[in-house]
Design a protein around this ligand. Structure first.
Ligand code: TRP
Length: 353
């Protein structure tokens, strides 16, 4: 069980098929600001499908966190809640095994955020490297929404409300987990008892997938994503435009594999690692063209996405079912989080009535 800040430095890396993680309380979430994509799939969704069998897993559709930089454009969040739920179910997250819930439907999360915010300084929030770089990227100037600066506190509420031990996230989320554990220690010290649990990140082997042009991460706002319902044509166009080795001008020439996005994706998605290793060797030796490697990747991604796309299309056509799943999970989550809230209020001595 982690209990020092240094534990985050030794974050668990999940290796699919390796030693199974069992009997853990797991919480993770996604901002509801767009459809999920291949980056989410390989960085987290695939892992969640495996984890749900032997653990107690909760997945939060973070609509309130989505509002923290969309206060003036809330439909971007409202319109995407069911998209995210459809993505979850389409990849194989099973609502009978995983609690899928909606952040705005769980009042205890907002209440916990208010209590925790008295234990976190503005300076500490401004030091969070992820928030810092997001603030720069969004050009807020001096008009940073208070909710945005403090979203790590709300994320701490999400994690602790469910007493999560493991949080499967990308490496950009490590600062949030560090802040969460700082809050946990403060609350436990106030309570003089371990009422909250510290959490540990669970990083996937591939925690960040580059965009097809290789210049940045895959991101909806940058418009360079392959969604989980991409058509065969969209997949093949995205792969055709992928960055390879600019110095690999003829098929006969040796090519470079490092930084070659086609190989990064083959490593991430091709089921046969040995075959990919052979391809790399052939490419480095010379004699393997980019047209061929791109065709192999196109086939691989089309095969992966076709069944997900079909399930997703059926799900999105049945909104009533998606709402039902979300309602049921949210009710369950409400009860669980209320228990944590009661303990935290008691730690502050606010249990008079
Ligand atoms: N910050 C996460 C993201 O941007 C979403 C999120 C909200 C989350 N609450 C969480 C992730 C709790 C893990 C745990 O994707």
């Amino acid at each position: 069980m982690p209990n020092t800040p240094n534990d985050l430095a030794t974050a668990t890396t999940a290796t699919s098929g390796s030693k199974a993680i069992t009997e853990q309380k797991i919480l993770t979430g996604d901002r509801a600001t767009g459809q999920l994509h291949l980056g989410h799939y390989i960085g987290s969704l695939k892992q969640r499908v495996e984890l749900q069998h032997n653990n107690q897993q909760t997945i939060l559709v973070a609509d309130m966190q989505g509002l923290t930089d969309n206060g003036n454009n809330p439909s971007k969040v409202a319109d995407n809640i069911l998209n995210v739920v459809a993505d979850y179910l389409a990849v194989g997250i099973d609502p009978a095994k995983t609690t899928i819930c909606l952040q705005s439907g769980i009042p205890a999360l907002a209440e916990l955020t208010m209590y925790y915010s008295n234990l976190v300084s503005i300076a500490r929030l401004e030091r969070n490297p992820t928030v810092k770089s997001e603030i720069q990227g969004k050009n807020f100037g001096r008009s940073i929404p208070a909710g945005f600066l403090s979203y790590p506190i709300s994320q701490a509420a999400d994690i602790t409300a469910f007493q999560a031990q493991l949080v499967p996230v990308g490496d950009d989320q490590l600062p949030m987990l560090e802040q969460t554990n700082e809050i946990v220690r403060k609350i436990n010290s106030l309570a003089n008892s371990q009422i909250l649990r510290e959490c540990q990140p669970l990083l996937s082997n591939i925690s960040r997938l580059p965009s097809p042009d290789g210049k940045s991460k895959m991101s909806k706002s940058l418009g360079n994503v392959i969604t989980l319902d991409a058509s065969d044509k969209a997949i093949s166009q995205a792969v055709k435009a992928m960055y390879t080795d600019p110095n690999h001008l003829t098929i006969d020439q040796p090519g470079q594999v490092e930084g070659n996005v086609v190989f990064t994706y083959l490593d991430a998605f091709h089921p046969d690692a040995e075959y990919v290793a052979q391809l790399k060797e052939h490419y480095q030796r010379g004699g393997l063209g980019d047209g061929k490697t791109k065709q192999i990747l196109t086939d691989c991604l089309q095969t992966l996405i076709a069944p997900i796309r079909a399930r997703r299309q059926a799900l999105i056509a049945d909104k009533g079912y998606l709402i039902e799943v979300l309602k049921k999970g949210t009710e369950q989550a409400r009860e669980e989080s209320q228990q944590t809230l009661d303990k935290v209020k008691t730690a502050f001595g606010l249990n008079l009535i």
